[in-house]
Every structure is written in structure tokens, then in C-alpha cells.
Design a binder for this molecule. Sequence first.
Ligand SMILES: C[S@@+](CC[C@H](N)C(=O)[O-])C[C@H]1O[C@@H](n2cnc3c(N)ncnc32)[C@H](O)[C@@H]1O
Length: 306
Amino acid sequence: MTNTIHAPVMLNEVLQQANIKDKDIVVDCTFGAGGYSKAFLNHAKCTVYAIDRDPQAIDRSKELQNTYKENFKILEGCFGDIKQLLLEQGIDRVDVIVLDLGVSSPQIDQAERGFSFKKDGPLDMRMSSSGISAKDIVNKYSHGEIAHIIKNYGEEKMAGKIASRILKFRQEKEIETTKELADIVRSVVFSKNSKIDPATRTFQGLRIAVNDELGEVERCLESTLELLNSGGRLVVVSFHSLEDRIVKNFIKKNSQQESVNRHLPITEEKKLSLKVGNKKFIKCTEQEYELNPRSRSAKLRMATKI
Ligand SMILES: C[S@@+](CC[C@H](N)C(=O)[O-])C[C@H]1O[C@@H](n2cnc3c(N)ncnc32)[C@H](O)[C@@H]1O
């Protein structure tokens, strides 16, 4: 097993926006390799509840659990169930909720987790190592279902053709490895930009479907309205437009009055729950991008509970 370290993305900006103070209760919804949780605990005398659905991430949290016995607790599960996970700990109000979406470097870099088209491994992509895998989807789903996933979650224009080629291949044998799938996609899609592998979008689409990534974000965000204390901060770092759109629309819906017709005055005042941070969103600095190219697509959005 390759043991890669995950460099936390936009850590300084997250710390600034989360504005953690002594006695705050903080939820790190995506523990990963613990970069954020560790920084929160070092920054103030706060209590951190960290969530992750990946058993390997739970194992990685042991060191932090030993160092911060009283102030750190790891919760194994999905952040879509944040309310339930916290209730089980007797917590129904918190001060800060942070999400750093997507996969961690250890997940993507271990061929055996099956996320990467760069390394050959079993076609898996399950963050939690349970439930439906990418192999199940490509071998069992219909042409329409596979095309839908690749088109809508991968934003891939050639989705129909890729789905057809997948179905043709599986008549001969099951698709079992990341290389087999990547080669199928590469036989259909030709990338103009040599830096971007033609399999990138298909792999993104499958990963999102396998882990219900968009549904998880929606469920978690809805719960934050109930969980955050007045003045509480929500900080979200996302890496692609599908996730970011959900975050942007959620913040907009809960921070702006709506008028049915924008030329008419607002008829009924809606009770707003959130106030948007100073900037609409924040991007990483040039220096960070130089050091960690993964940060290039990161977008940070922040809102405060009213
Ligand atoms: C980008 S990494 C987080 C890295 C972390 N901020 C750090 O500094 O090390 C995302 C982590 O979130 C976890 N994750 C993604 N979706 C999740 C979900 N719906 N519920 C719980 N954990 C999830 C993944 O397993 C992964 O470990």
C-alpha cells in the first residue's frame, strides 16, 4: 500500500474564514489525513468532531485522538448524516462546520482503491469500501444509466458512445480494472489537451455516482442550518463545478430575498438564515498552486448563520 500524505488545500484561508475561538465546537466533515482537524486544534482550545466514511481515514486519526484525548472525537460515517452522528454524541448545536470535498491523496494514489486511471487497480472507487462499486455500475447498469452518469456527473459529451463501447466490451468479459475502463474510454474520446487524460471525466462521473457525492453535500448543507449557532460559520472547499453550484445555490437561497419577477418588489419577506462572507468565493494563492497543483480548481465559500 502506497502511503501518500495529503497536503491540506487552502488551509490558511479555511482557518481565517472559520475564525475558530476557544470553546468553539467545530465539525470537520472530511477528516481525510487530518490536516484541517490538526490545525483547528492547534489554533484554539476548541473541540473538534471529525467525520469520515473511509475506514483508512479513521485509522489515521489515532495519533490525534491520543494527543487531544478530551478535545477530539472521530466519527465514522457520512457527512450527509451529520445531524444523526452528532446527536449520538449528545451534540445539537455547533459553532463551525467545514467541508473539504472530494477524494484525498491517499485514496487517489493507492491503485488498490480503484479511483485512478493513472494506475492499474481493481475498478472500485468506494470511499467507504462498502456498497455499489464502479465495477458493479459498468458491468450491470443499462446503457441509459451508464450514459446518464457519465454525461451528468462527468460532464462528458461523448457519454453515449462511451456507454455503447462499455456494453460491447462486457459482452466478451467483465470490466475489472481501472486500466481496462480507461482504455475503453480512450478508444472513443480523443483529448485536444494532451495534459488531460480522455478518461478524466468518465472517472469523475463514476466516482460521484458510486459515492452519491452530490446527494451527500445537499443533505449535509440542509442540516447545517439547524446545527449552527447564531454567528456560526460554514466553510466549504469544492473542486468542481457540480459541487460548487450546489454550495453556491444553497448559500444564495438562504441569504437572499427572492422576488418572483425581479422587476417587482418582494411581496413576502422570507426569514433568512445565512449571511454571505465578504467575498463571493476565494481561490488559492499563486504560491499554493505552485506547491500543490491539486489546489488549482479549489473554490472556498463561506457563510455565517444569522
Ligand atoms: C479532500 S479529503 C479531506 C482532506 C482533509 N481536509 C485533510 O486536511 O487531510 C476528503 C475526505 O472526505 C471524505 N469524504 C468524502 N465524502 C464524504 C462523505 N459523504 N461523508 C464522509 N466523508 C466523506 C473522504 O473519504 C476523504 O477522506
